[in-house]
Design a binder for this molecule. Structure first.
Ligand SMILES: Cc1ncc(COP(=O)(O)O)c(C=O)c1O
Length: 381
């Protein structure tokens, strides 16, 4: 086959004149940091997720940091999470002095195996952090039932899950908190950014304090006409507030979410069709329970050759790729500091060196997908 001349990236955000106009409007408005746009973004996120509170932040990592902190997780505590996740979660657990306890995944879906959670619980366990992996929901009914029985909080890592539905409902309302990411490769982007949703009023209050220096009131209210610029600090906090510039971009993207995710699922269907008869590769499985997949990533497992060689061949064909993820328990400092035994994570280990994320983004064309499928067929022949 003929090699394409232009590089097909693994991901590219879809930015139209609408997003540019929304950002320009904020830039010209005279107020560019946290303000009315962040509030609107938060309100629309509450509607999407059917939750009472949404707190916008500079990243999902920031959201994870202050959610763990607000729930009092620290020295001596244990937090259960899959090893097949982004290291940011584990970094936050470790930085607070707690210990990550890794649970295995289901090989087919790469989602945390809810049936293995209970065995990982000890008297020190304070939270369970399932990941809605690649846009498919974790088995929340099982996870929340275990957590409720044991009096443990569930924090959903929803970084991949804007537009993920589980048993007919958008994920996020079934736990203590759910944390979304708007990093540029995510289903919607605000440049960088994140959102924590919760139904817990006390948690919301703490998160708002921790997000902005521990100051009780929002700056934009303090600096408005007739506002009182005095402030008090209730607890020491961080500087994790999103700006209205980012929120305007995020809002414009959120209003295109249905289009984005429909398009993503069409592209995934094309991939599945195009790769169905290619041997030497395994396609991702879908969870057996009712759900709508946000199709954040399309991750295949390469069986017929080493992943490194496969990636090099994709590069020859001018095709980009991603890796989600190098298992957290295998990363240097995590291994040295927490040293979880590989034998407890057999499916994670089995999948780890085979997984590769293929290009997937709404502005990809049908021809792009067909090209990737043909290239893979040729590479593996
Ligand atoms: C599973 C998962 N959790 C958390 C994050 C962190 O998101 P952010 O980059 O917004 O901090 C990511 C981002 O890649 C992720 O993939």
């Amino acid at each position: 086959m003929k090699i394409r001349e232009t590089f097909l990236p693994f991901n590219k955000p879809s930015i139209t004149a609408t997003e540019i106009a929304a950002v320009t409007e904020v830039l010209e408005s005279g107020w560019i940091t946290t303000g009315a746009k962040c509030k609107e973004f938060e309100e629309e996120f509450c509607r999407l997720t059917s939750t009472n509170y949404a707190i916008s932040l500079t990243s999902a990592t920031a959201g994870m940091h202050i959610t763990l902190l607000a729930l009092g997780i620290g020295e001596g505590d244990e937090v259960i999470t899959p090893s097949m996740t982004f290291a940011s979660t584990v970094n936050m657990i470790a930085l607070l002095g707690a210990k990550p306890v890794f649970v295995d995944i289901e090989y087919g879906t790469l989602n945390m195996d809810a049936r293995k959670v209970e065995a990982a619980i000890t008297p020190r366990t304070k939270a369970i952090i399932p990941v809605h992996f690649a846009g498919a929901p974790a088995e929340m009914n099982l996870i929340t039932a275990i957590a409720e029985r044991q009096g443990i909080a569930v924090i959903e890592d929803a970084a991949h899950a804007v537009g993920t539905y589980y048993l007919g409902k958008h994920i996020g309302a079934q736990s203590k908190a759910a944390i979304f990411s708007f990093h540029p490769i995510k289903n919607i982007t605000s440049g960088e950014g994140g959102m924590v949703v919760t139904n817990d009023a006390e948690l919301e209050r703490k998160l708002r304090l921790l997000r902005f220096h521990g100051i009780e009131r929002d700056a934009w209210k303090r600096y408005g006409k007739g506002g009182n610029p005095e402030y008090d600090i209730a607890i020491p906090g961080f500087k994790y507030n999103l700006t209205d510039i980012h929120a305007a971009l995020g809002l414009a993207q959120l209003r295109r979410l249905e289009y984005f995710n429909t398009r993503r699922s069409q592209l995934v269907a094309l991939y599945r069709g195009g790769l169905a008869t290619v041997s030497g590769i395994e396609l991702p499985e879908s969870p057996g329970y009712e759900h709508r997949d946000a199709c954040h990533l399309f991750i295949v497992k390469v069986l017929a050759m080493g992943r490194e060689a496969f990636m090099a061949r994709l590069a020859d064909y001018n095709i980009g790729y991603g890796l989600h993820f190098s298992p957290a328990h295998s990363l240097s400092y995590i291994k040295q500091r927490f040293g979880q035994d590989d034998t407890l994570l057999p499916e994670t280990v089995r999948a780890a060196d085979k997984i590769i994320s293929l290009p997937l983004f709404p502005d990809m064309s049908e021809d792009d997908v067909a090209y990737v499928c043909s290239a893979i067929r040729e590479i593996l022949q």
